[in-house]
Ligand binder design. Structure first.
Ligand SMILES: Nc1ncnc2c1ncn2[C@@H]1O[C@H](COP(=O)(O)OP(=O)(O)OP(=O)(O)O)[C@@H](O)[C@H]1O
Ligand SMILES: [Mg+2]
Length: 279
């Protein structure tokens, strides 16, 4: 099922959703599969078309934001089976920095949990009175380590790990990217509550934006409804998570009803159409 038939390239990683191959000395080939995961569980069954949609979305954002910071995307068709082209991205190989650069404009997920428990996020005190999904006065930067276990760290810990100069560049680029994409998406009906970036260094030690950006897999997309409330399962995996919760799923492989797969694809498609439409 997952046989990508790209045997001529050496597979370097197989993540939950994406497979990374060594294309040549300077480049990697990232192939986004149709796999679906939820609650850290990868399902055997796939959602046809999902990989290509996620891949297209990331490419769209890389092209749109390359004036803000250099990124790894190479606008060239890789030499690969034609049925994989739409799911493949050719990228510049970099030395990955071991920090996930997370920017949050609205309070959600683990940040909401931490705020409720301690009144702080990544050790930084946040003013009281926020409700879940409220917008912060200013976006906040909450790094975590990248590895088997993602652990939230303070900005000063990040500076200890990466150095002051590179850390400051990452923080500035992350805010610039987030603020740009936030306004851009908002005018198209999508609120990017939070998002995650990864960065790497090229041979000249220049900072390069890598991995994927502003997809529903690395961001939390909310839909702003006419009454000012947020619709949480409009675009991203929350819809699928809700289905699993409602059906008392117990971490086993299941047959995903075709209706659910169809609805899920529709949601990704709507997000893509909104983001890429001309206004
Ligand atoms: N330009 C690049 N140079 C080097 N490594 C890259 C580049 N772009 C992405 N990567 C790495 O490729 C991998 C992409 O794999 P993927 O995100 O699917 O897996 P993962 O993050 O290890 O696991 P998962 O996302 O399933 O939790 C990541 O480890 C990412 O850091
Ligand atoms: Mg990843």
């Amino acid at each position: 099922m997952n046989d990508l038939n790209v045997d001529s390239y050496k597979k370097l990683y197989s993540g939950k959703i994406r497979d990374v191959y060594e294309y040549d000395q300077q480049h990697l080939l990232i192939v986004t599969s149709d796999r679906i995961s939820a609650f850290d569980f990868v399902f055997k069954e796939e959602v046809l078309g999902k990989g290509s949609l996620l891949n297209k979305m990331s490419i769209f954002w890389f092209k749109l934001t390359n004036g803000i910071i250099r990124n790894h995307y190479i606008d060239k068709k890789p030499k690969i089976d034609s049925n994989l082209i739409s799911r493949s991205m050719l990228v510049k190989k970099t030395k990955v920095l071991p920090v996930e650069a997370i920017v949050r404009g609205h309070i959600a997920g683990s940040a909401w949990k931490s705020y409720q428990e301690h009144g702080s996020i990544n050790g930084v005190q946040i003013s009281p009175g926020l409700s879940e999904y409220d917008r912060f006065m200013e976006p906040i930067f909450t790094p975590s380590t990248k590895g088997n276990k993602d652990e939230n760290i303070s900005i000063s810990k990040m500076k200890d790990m990466l150095g002051e100069e590179v850390s400051n560049k990452i923080i500035k680029a992350s805010f610039d990217l987030y603020n740009f994409a936030y306004e851009y998406s908002k005018s198209r009906g999508i609120i990017i509550a939070d998002t995650k970036f990864e960065f790497g260094l090229n041979d000249n030690n220049d900072l390069i934006l890598i991995d994927e950006i502003f997809t529903p897999d690395c961001s939390r997309f909310l839909k702003l409804d006419a009454d000012g409330s947020y619709d949480l399962d409009a675009f991203d995996k929350q819809y699928f998570r809700n289905y699993l919760l409602a059906s008392n799923w117990n971490k086993n492989q299941i047959k995903i009803p075709s209706e659910i797969k169809k609805n899920l694809m529709n949601k990704y498609q709507i997000a893509y159409d909104l983001i890429t439409k001309k206004v």
